[in-house]
Design a protein around this ligand. Structure first.
Ligand SMILES: *[C@@H]1O[C@H](CO)[C@@H](O)[C@H](O)[C@H]1NC(C)=O
Ligand SMILES: *[C@@H]1O[C@H](CO)[C@@H](O)[C@H](O)[C@H]1NC(C)=O
Ligand SMILES: *[C@@H]1O[C@H](CO)[C@@H](O)[C@H](O)[C@H]1NC(C)=O
Ligand SMILES: *[C@@H]1O[C@H](CO)[C@@H](O)[C@H](O)[C@H]1NC(C)=O
Length: 225
């Protein structure tokens, strides 16, 4: 009897802890975390930090939104949007002011079937070989933007865009830097919260399980009493 109660309490505590962890992780915008990870990796090599550009980030989101059907088994994105799409589709969809459109000096794209924390996505999905690491550590870059899009059952797509533009004067978003609200996904430096269902489902599920355990434990308890 004591053992049983103890077991129930223990499971309950675990559930609450899990819910709290998922909640706290869900709190932020994972694309901002990825920008921090990129900058930490660069500064460890004595390279300058990159400015977080929401304009670039939003276009990175557009990029993966377009490529979302093309995730291969080995986490590669087999997709190459036409160059013109950047100025003709991505920029207008984001509200990037065209005269401020700069040069994109590099991009890294990756996908995986399940959601991964930004640090894992960085090392397992985006920067997992020498080629991508050299793109990350290119001295030409001054700015970075990250986009993420995911669906209920995955896959999740990440895109990192780099540019050599001047801080605050390239890829400027209209409406005082807010740009156009995106229906899906997230991007770094965004004024809007992430628009993804993925993690909320996990929290919801965790609550349901917790409540379920509570009810079962109480029923058992009352029966024995
Ligand atoms: C996605 O993959 C399909 C099949 O390989 C290809 O035909 C299509 O052009 C790709 N989409 C993009 C946007 O590149
Ligand atoms: C860095 O990026 C620039 C612009 O894309 C490119 O021309 C140059 O070759 C890259 N440098 C290295 C070392 O990869
Ligand atoms: C930077 O990223 C590379 C590739 O994921 C990794 O091997 C390296 O340890 C990282 N460096 C630091 C200082 O985190
Ligand atoms: C760029 O914008 C950021 C945020 O609005 C601001 O904190 C920063 O001082 C600006 N930098 C320059 C060089 O204007």
């Amino acid at each position: 009897m004591v053992k049983k109660l103890f077991f129930c309490d223990w499971i309950l505590l675990c559930q609450l802890w899990l819910a709290a962890v998922v909640c706290s992780e869900n709190h932020g915008n994972p694309t901002n975390d990825l920008v921090d990870i990129i900058n930490k990796n660069r500064t460890a090599q004595k390279l300058p930090q990159l400015n977080d550009s929401p304009g670039l980030g939003c276009m990175a989101l557009q990029y993966v939104e377009l490529c979302k059907g093309n995730c291969s088994n080995n986490n590669a994105v087999n997709c190459k949007p036409p160059e013109d799409d950047f100025t003709e589709v991505f920029a207008p969809n984001c509200g990037v002011e065209l005269p401020t459109f700069g040069t994109i000096t590099g991009h890294i794209v990756g996908c995986q079937s399940k959601y991964m924390e930004p640090s894992l996505a960085f090392s397992h999905v985006l920067v997992k070989d020498k080629k991508t690491l050299s793109i990350l550590r290119n001295k030409s870059h001054t700015e970075v933007g990250v986009g993420l899009v995911g669906f209920h059952k995955g896959p999740f797509f990440w895109c990192v865009l780099f540019s050599d533009g001047k801080t605050n004067s390239s890829f400027v978003l209209e409406d005082q830097g807010k740009g156009i609200k995106q229906k899906k996904g997230c991007f770094s430096g965004s004024a809007f919260p992430c628009n993804g269902v993925e993690q909320r489902t996990a929290v919801f599920l965790s609550y349901i399980i917790t409540v379920g355990i509570l009810i079962i434990c109480h029923l058992n308890h009352n029966l024995i009493d």
